[in-house]
Design a protein around this ligand. Structure first.
Ligand code: ZN
Length: 272
């Protein structure tokens, strides 16, 4: 059975809970890690949150999220860089070792151009990230989001971007929701591992039918993704980090969050 010490929950998964409640509930459930979404920090004193997490022995796995580098004009490109610099400051203040990047795209703009802007944007913020000791994890997103959320849709594209950037501080967040369908996935996981780029592993499930492109993710075991198979591929490649539960679901958010967290823990042990 997978140890709870390797279970991490994203604050967005239990979105109805403020972070103070989430940290109490996660710790009480014996969960080892937390990935903090920036929305959960709005209006909060980050130092106070950091102390609260530390006192509950919750390891901060990452801050979600940075990215959205592509833009139609210079002003937009600079605004994205400024926001990512702020995210790096927040991660450093929180004690988060890594920021997950949803890289962005601009509808109507060629994807190749957006990928160039993503590489340029990451390179622009990289010195600050390195100075702060914060790693940057590119998360390839399912191609259904290639219009406006990520021009990086596959592990191969993520590996290629990392190759162009060439920094040990830039790697990949593998989220089963986005890459489960890709027959190149095992090879690309191994390639990423060879370059020490496997930074994070996110789990949830793919519902059939999916009724909302963004907010209809399933709990592990509810859908069709071979989560144990992908986790084994990650571990055989050398990944030994957290299994991060990241579920956006209007259905689950509308239910009792204590019961949902119990379901998360059992689904993690039975289906991951
Ligand atoms: Zn993810």
């Amino acid at each position: 059975m997978l140890p709870l010490s390797k279970l991490c929950v994203h604050t967005i998964t239990t979105k109805p809970w403020p972070i103070e409640v989430a940290m109490d509930k996660y710790a009480a459930a014996g969960i080892g890690g937390i990935t903090v979404w920036r929305q959960a920090l709005e209006g909060k004193n980050i130092e106070t949150v950091r102390a609260g997490l530390a006192s509950r022995n919750l390891e901060v796995v990452s801050l979600c999220r940075g990215g959205f580098f592509p833009a139609a004009d210079v002003k937009g490109l600079q605004a994205a860089i400024d926001d990512n610099l702020r995210a790096i400051d927040e991660a450093a203040a929180l004690g988060a070792p890594m920021i997950v990047l949803v890289c962005g795209a601009v509808p109507g703009q060629p994807l190749e151009k957006s990928r160039d802007q993503i590489v340029d944007g990451i390179q622009a913020v990289l010195p600050h990230a390195e100075a702060c000791g914060v790693k940057l994890a590119i998360e390839p997103l399912h191609p259904m989001y290639a219009d406006d959320r990520s021009a990086i849709s596959t592990m191969a594209q993520a590996n290629a971007a990392c190759e162009r950037i060439g920094s040990p501080s830039v790697g990949i967040a593998v989220d089963v929701y986005h890459v489960w369908w890709d027959d190149a996935l095992p090879d690309q996981i191994r390639l990423a591992a060879q370059h020490n780029r496997l930074f994070a592993f996110h789990v949830c499930d793919w519902m059939t039918p999916t009724t909302d492109l963004l907010n209809d993710r399933g709990l592990m075991g509810e859908g069709c993704i071979d989560i144990p198979g992908i986790r084994k591929a990650m571990e055989e490649a050398g990944f030994d980090g957290f299994n991060e539960v990241e579920i956006f679901s209007n259905r689950w958010w509308s239910q009792d969050q204590d019961a949902f967290l119990s379901r998360i823990v059992s689904a993690y042990q039975e289906h991951c």
